[in-house]
Design a protein around this ligand. Structure first.
Ligand code: URA
Length: 261
């Protein structure tokens, strides 16, 4: 077995051990899949100039695209949990294979299931506005979820579904090698950080996501899920999300667009 294959296997096994250790507690009862909230205008920041996202020079974009396509193919054929039976389409995630920023949500909802694309419903529209307020486009970043199949009736992901699915996310992150991961909401943050701490405590600071024993840790910022934001559309929550996004922009070396009055 080649060294990269060994590293990948070890990463996968460690990830699984970690997740099995943390899952099974009662944190999965917290939060929920809250896609069905009304869409409200996000405060749009004034953009002085369109910043060009810095591209990493290491790794080939084409290779990464092919590798991500392989992961997507494996996801489409996956039968590790029963969700493959009820879903319409798998939703592996999409975006820039060379993205500096990866957004990770919870699980596809109805719109995502129908279209096979992440964050295309009302919460997705708000996420797009947040990305645009950052001076970026959806195509500049990579967007995916912890679960790659929709849980029926948008119920919460079950621990065994997360354990079955999270290797795919680990693989995607290992391929993309982003500079920052943005965990959207409590399921994503708790799963990636292997913690039971509430999202309100996790947001507002940098964490480190460890992709594997030999890999460099990746900075992670946790913030509120856009669906939560839709339901709690206060000046304070919007400001908190914007503060989190400013940290992300600073970390990847992009300008922070000026705020509208
Ligand atoms: N909510 C999520 O967490 N992910 C999606 O893709 C859509 C809504």
């Amino acid at each position: 077995m080649s060294q990269p294959s060994k590293d990948k296997l070890i990463r996968t096994l460690l990830g699984r051990l970690d997740s099995e250790r943390v899952l099974g507690g009662k944190w999965l009862e917290v939060g929920g899949h809250i896609e069905d909230a009304p869409l409200v205008e996000m405060p749009i920041e004034e953009q002085e100039e369109a910043p060009v996202a810095k591209k990493k020079t290491s790794g080939s974009n084409k290779d990464k695209k092919l590798q991500l396509a392989d992961v997507a193919e494996t996801i489409a054929a996956c039968t590790k949990c029963p969700l493959h039976k009820s879903r319409i389409n798998p939703v592996p995630g999409d975006g820039n294979p060379n993205a500096q920023i990866v957004f990770v949500g919870e699980a596809p909802g109805q719109n995502e299931d129908e279209q096979g694309k992440p964050f295309v419903g009302r919460a997705g529209k708000l996420l797009t506005k947040i990305i645009e307020a950052m001076g970026l486009k959806r195509e500049d970043v990579f967007i995916c979820n912890i679960l790659k199949s929709r849980p029926p009736d948008n119920r919460d992901p079950r621990p065994e579904e997360i354990v079955a699915c999270m290797d795919y996310l680990f693989e995607q992150i290992a391929i993309i090698e982003p500079q920052v991961i943005v965990a959207l909401g409590s399921h994503a943050a708790k799963t990636l950080l292997n913690t039971t701490e509430a999202i309100g405590k996790l947001r507002g600071r940098f964490h480190e996501y460890q992709p594997g024993p030999f890999a460099k840790p990746v900075k992670l910022v946790a913030t509120y899920h856009p669906a939560y934001l839709l339901r709690n559309y206060t000046k304070e929550t919007r400001q908190r999300v914007w503060d989190d996004m400013k940290m992300v922009l600073n970390e990847v070396g992009l300008p922070v667009p000026r705020r509208q009055a």
